[in-house]
Design a protein around this ligand. Structure first.
Ligand code: NAD
Length: 448
């Protein structure tokens, strides 16, 4: 590892990774590599998570193309030094902000979108002019091996290298000295990453998780709310960091919404989701058993069936769980949706506030004043009004958490910013000098 990092550092110091042309060439190279290997990528994702071609294409491959195109389109503009205004006291000088690459960066990725979440931060690293070491998740070995194979064969390891392995490898990497660490994963491991980074005061971006609420108010369009909540909850079998974790529905529309949720499940996954080849599997037995235990934390309104040999769990709606149950203590990260009711929105505000700041929040109401109230009353990473997940797909919206759901953000320009140090430079004139700043000098303007 030390030898790899030394090599990357040496390359970074040659300046080769910094020119605009080099960054664009590397982004295009990565895009072509994905394009040429779409079949192998789809195959690896099918083996690791039983991802359907549709889900794998939209949420992993297509997502990366959109992000690469967006970065290529605007990178030149982002890289330009920006001039800032100078106060009167600074007359004669120019204030400039230069966009400097950090240097050698580390990206640690999770297993749930194992291709996209590995490469999406790497795009930021490349756009920023850095070198990068990527550690994919060991829980999705087919995707991890494929990434290692493709990157090793096509990129100079001194520029972009994949190191495969489990948490021990991850910790060894974290013991090295990087210039920036970008981590996507769970809250407990995020704390380990931050602690390790503190040894060298390495800056970190932490993209973490948590419990993201969906709220449906009395005036919401219930058909659309049901469809969009089930889509957001069941994509990748609920193994999505910004999936609606639990649902609060206004008491007066609870029954109507619950039946529409069931209709939406049937429309999207059929009467027998366990047999549906397009429905993602749970990543491993440990997570499967954890999720099945949650099903006993309330009354099953719909679903609840599961098959351990295929690691598949039906989309499940749970009523009558409490905040003391494990299903409400943990991030669910699976296709189980506990449902609670409320009479006034302040009950929901209080419940959400009494927990960690969520990564996402979704509020369904036609009333813009109510939307504004929730946006202002509750801290959360980001979210959507009358939708789920879609905020993550707009490259102009920075994506990240707040508090325990994350530190920093990325996507589009925010990815470039995350991997770029803003170096402030004052360019002073030598044509004249203000005397007043010097001790015991006369005040006034002295022209040299
Ligand atoms: P995880 O934290 O277990 O693992 C993430 C990475 O860290 C993996 O590469 C793993 O090898 C490594 N790792 C695991 N334990 C480690 C340790 N003790 N020390 C050092 N490295 C270690 O997370 P996961 O299970 O892969 O992913 C699920 C979590 O990630 C969920 O909480 C989810 O919400 C979150 N997530 C967040 C986002 C986001 O963008 N905010 C996206 C996807 C997933």
């Amino acid at each position: 590892m030390q030898e790899l990092i030394d090599k990357q550092k040496a390359l970074y110091h040659t300046g080769q990774t910094k020119p605009y042309e080099f960054r664009i060439a590397m982004l295009n190279k990565l895009k072509k590599l994905i394009k040429d290997n779409e079949t192998s990528i789809l195959d690896a994702l099918k083996k690791d998570l039983n991802k359907s071609e549709y889900e794998a294409y939209t949420a992993e491959i297509g997502y990366l193309y959109a992000e690469i195109n967006h970065i290529i389109k605007d990178l030149k503009h982002w890289m330009k030094p920006t001039k800032v205004a100078a106060p009167l006291t600074h007359k004669g000088s120019k204030g400039m902000i230069y966009k400097e690459a950090y240097g050698v960066t580390l990206v640690i990725a999770p297993w749930n979108y194992p291709f996209q979440l590995a490469l999406s931060p790497v795009l930021g690293a490349i756009a920023g002019g850095n070198t990068v070491v990527l550690k994919p998740s060991e829980l999705t070995p087919n995707t991890s091996h494929l990434l290692a194979d493709l990157i090793t064969k096509n990129f100079d390891r001194a520029y972009f290298s994949v190191v495969e392995g489990d948490k021990d490898v991850s910790q060894k990497l974290l013991d090295q000295r990087f210039d920036l660490i970008f981590f996507t994963g769970s809250v407990p491991v995020g704390k380990i990453v931050m602690e390790k980074a503190s040894q060298h005061l390495t800056p970190v971006v932490l993209e973490l998780g948590g419990k993201s609420p969906a709220i449906v108010d009395e005036d919401a369009d219930l058909d659309l709310a049901a469809k969009r909540i089930i889509w957001g909850k069941c994509l990748n079998a609920g193994q999505t960091c910004i999936a609606p974790d639990y649902l609060y529905v206004h008491e007066s529309v609870k029954d109507a919404l619950l039946s529409k949720l069931v209709v939406s499940i049937k429309e999207m996954y059929g009467d027998q989701p366990l047999e549906n080849e397009e429905y993602s599997h749970i990543v491993n037995e440990r997570h499967f058993d954890r999720l099945v235990d949650y099903i006993h934390n309330g009354n099953v309104f719909h679903g609840g069936e599961h098959k351990r040999e295929n690691l598949v769990i039906e989309p499940t709606i749970l009523t009558d769980a409490t905040w003391d149950d494990r299903v409400m203590q943990d991030e669910i990260f699976g296709p189980i949706l506990p449902v609670f009711t409320f009479h006034t929105i302040e009950e929901v505000v209080e419940a959400v506030r009494s927990n960690e700041k969520p990564l996402a929040l979704y509020y369904f109401t036609e009333d813009e004043d109510r939307q504004q109230h929730i946006i202002e009353a509750l801290p959360f990473g980001g979210g959507a009004m009358n939708d789920t997940l879609m905020h993550i797909t707009n490259p102009n919206l920075p994506f990240g958490g707040v508090g325990q759901s994350g530190v920093g953000s990325y996507h589009g320009k925010a990815s470039f910013d995350a991997f770029t140090h803003e170096k402030s430079i004052l360019k002073q004139t030598t044509k004249f000098d203000f005397a007043f700043r010097y001790p015991s000098s006369k005040t006034g303007l002295s022209v040299i």
